[in-house]
Design a protein around this ligand. Structure first.
Ligand SMILES: *Cc1c(COP(=O)(O)O)cnc(C)c1O
Length: 330
């Protein structure tokens, strides 16, 4: 059991019909959590009813995967873990997107809330080299090792181990500050987009408590078209499926949503005031139909003020060229 893709689920837990890894590669039967689209979160009560029904027809889920790719609010792990465990369902949490917010202690604490296994990416809100991570308890160590090797991989990527050690240390030192600023920026960005006339999802729950902001742009021509328009203006975003897309006949190539993440802007030192400027660029492009080449120039100028990586031991130029070998040494 996991979230469906239009409700934020990742392709790795998609059904066979959608080419999802769980269905198409692993041959698993995937059931969806019930979702409350106003609160943009898993619906606890109707998920319980659904599981009770599945159990009656001998289809009790073996694995419940919390976590998502559209992930605005902490998931109800605490509220559902003992319920799932009473059915023998293993509780897992996919922290790919939010691992840095968890490291900064600003989102939720899934292992201690009852998840038995937490997976994550080392390159999303955790600002490190690309990689995957599995966190669990000693009692699962042997099973996890067997699941990793040989069934999923054979090689650990040694070239990025030192980089990961550095980023984990940076997060111990600056993770709280970094995660707090990310969440503050995302919230401000959502507020400014809403003030500019956009339909920002999750309004009833305060728009966001993560690094992400989602807007419904179906009335402006769809995510595929607007993603390209924004790119012409030097603004890189992700088109995204939203709750109503399938019912409305929209697909992934031009879905109803755009997804923003402010973690990278925050790492370069942007704060709340900068979020308003960016929300205005987006309004100027999508609602006011300003020429993207004009905005592209403004974006370039604005970005020139942010050329240093923050939340590090040694603040460095983000775009400097580091000579590894002095050419005078032969
Ligand atoms: C990005 C993502 C993944 C995959 O992570 P990679 O480390 O980038 O391969 C898995 N789950 C979710 C929810 C994601 O958003």
């Amino acid at each position: 059991m996991a979230l469906s893709i239009p409700n934020g689920g990742h392709i790795s837990y998609g059904k066979l019909e959608l080419g999802g890894t769980a269905g198409a590669v692993r041959g698993l039967d995937v059931q969806y959590f019930s979702f409350d689209e106003e609160m943009m979160n898993i619906d606890v009560d109707s998920t319980k009813l659904k599981v009770e029904k599945l159990a009656k027809s001998n289809k009790t889920p073996k694995l419940a995967i919390f976590g998502a790719s559209v992930f605005l609010f902490p998931h109800p792990v605490k509220e559902l873990e003992s319920f799932f465990k009473s059915y023998g369902t293993v509780v897992m949490y996919d922290s790919a997107h939010v691992l840095g917010l968890i490291a900064g202690n600003r989102f939720q604490d899934p292992l201690r809330e009852g998840a038995e296994v937490v997976t994550g990416s080392t390159h999303k809100t955790l600002p490190g080299p690309q990689g995957g991570i599995v966190l669990s308890w000693a009692r699962y160590a042997d099973q996890l090792k067997k699941a990793a090797f040989p069934s999923n991989l054979s090689n650990h990527h040694l070239h990025s181990v030192a980089g990961k050690a550095v980023v984990f240390n940076e997060m111990l030192a600056y993770g709280k500050d970094y995660a707090s600023q990310i969440i503050e920026n995302a919230h401000e960005f959502a507020v400014q987009l809403a003030a500019n006339g956009f339909k920002v999802l999750g309004e009833k729950a305060g728009y966001t408590k993560s690094h992400q902001v989602i807007i419904d742009i179906s009335e402006y021509g769809g995510g595929g078209k607007l993603e390209k328009l924004l790119e012409q203006a030097n603004i890189i975003v992700n088109r995204n499926m939203i709750h109503d897309d399938i019912k409305a006949g929209r697909h992934f190539d031009n879905p109803g949503g755009l997804r923003f993440g402010v973690q990278e802007l925050t790492r370069l030192g942007m704060v709340k005031e900068d979020m308003r400027i960016i929300a205005d660029y987006i309004r100027d492009l999508i609602i006011k139909h300003k020429d993207p080449s004009i905005i592209a120039n403004e974006v370039r100028q604005m970005r020139n003020r942010f050329r240093t990586v923050k939340y590090t031991f040694d603040e460095q130029g983000a775009y400097s060229y580091y000579k590894l070998r002095n050419s005078s040494i032969v």
